[in-house]
Design a protein around this ligand. Structure first.
Ligand code: GLN
Length: 310
């Protein structure tokens, strides 16, 4: 494999001056992000770290969190039950689409879009709300390997403006996908989206999935190996929403993006990759992030369709 450090440095310098895309503003607090922040981190399954750029800048996980909470409920309830609450089909629609809930089964199509992720949140149970939040924090701490905090301002900002997500939750309640109070489940979803992490943390989450659920530094199990392929297959088919097909074609690895400008990608058995750069495209993906992943995939021969990695 070519020298990873020099490859990511070349890509960082190549795309540093890219000025395409806009920082997300529909959650007002996200508009404060610095559009110049840009970081690339690779963590191998052996735990080796390669990094370049503003790797220490913290951002909210947003939708990069969705595969991981899905894993939590799979472990707790098993596939059979979870499939009665959320499907495994791509929508070809935007991440915050509501239309597909009116179709066929009235279930969210998959857990990578907002409707599916909100349904997943409703299944994360504990005796009270703060214990529910704690379960989610502990989940991400197990993947990342150190304590985490949430961003209260981002949480409040999303909570105060989440009219579309509230509509989705009401429909989910109407169809009994959510069986109890929607407000608390929405709050839990906003809490999960507002957890702060940096690019290295995100790459570590990806590397843990690449390493079959075992965190490469702590050697702790973050998710049972039997469920890792559930997460990866859904990230592959649905993780980039209505550009998942294009992503499969041009990058070829399971991935998940978030509107804070983060993208994580998993090369099973090899490495986790994360790119952070706040300006996003019309589908909600980091513009620099998509370019870096496309080129990194070519340079390092990462596509899962390219056969044996060396
Ligand atoms: N919290 C965001 C929302 O629900 C997450 C969206 C995303 O990152 N694509 O709109």
């Amino acid at each position: 494999m070519p020298n990873i450090q020099s490859v990511i440095e070349v890509l960082y310098h190549k795309y540093r001056s890219c000025s395409e895309g806009h920082v997300a503003s529909y959650i007002p607090e996200l508009a404060k992000a610095n559009p110049d922040d840009f970081a690339i981190v690779v963590v191998t399954v052996e735990g080796e770290v390669f990094k370049v750029g503003q790797t220490e800048v913290a951002f909210s996980l947003q939708s990069t969190s969705k595969p991981f909470t899905y894993g939590l409920i799979l472990e707790e309830f098993g596939r059979e039950f979870v499939l009665t609450k959320v499907g495994v089909e791509p929508t070809g629609e935007a991440f915050n689409s509501i239309v597909e809930l009116e179709k066929q089964t009235h279930l969210p199509y998959n857990p990578m879009i907002n409707s599916g992720a909100i349904a997943v949140s409703s299944l994360i149970k504990a005796p009270n709300f703060s214990e529910r939040v704690k379960r989610v924090m502990t989940l991400f701490e197990n993947y990342i390997g150190h304590p985490l905090v949430g961003d209260e301002a981002i949480f409040q900002s999303e909570k105060n403006t989440a009219h579309r997500n509230r509509s989705i939750a009401h429909l989910l309640r109407h169809f009994n996908v959510i069986e109890d109070d929607i407000d608390e489940s929405l709050d839990l979803y906003f809490k999960q989206c507002s957890i702060l992490a940096n690019t290295q943390d995100l790459a570590m989450m990806a590397a843990t999935l690449a390493n079959n659920g075992i965190q490469p530094h702590t050697q702790k199990t973050a998710i049972k190996s039997e469920y890792v392929s559930d997460l990866l297959s859904l990230m592959f088919t649905c993780g980039m929403y209505d550009s998942s097909g294009e992503w499969a074609y041009s990058v070829g690895i399971p991935a998940k993006s978030g509107v804070s400008g983060a993208i994580l990608g998993v090369v099973p058995g090899i490495m986790g990759i994360a790119v952070f750069s706040p300006p996003i495209d019309s589908k909600g993906h980091s513009v620099r992030g998509v370019k870096v992943f496309q080129e990194l995939s070519k340079n390092l021969n990462l596509s899962i369709f390219k056969g044996k990695k060396s």
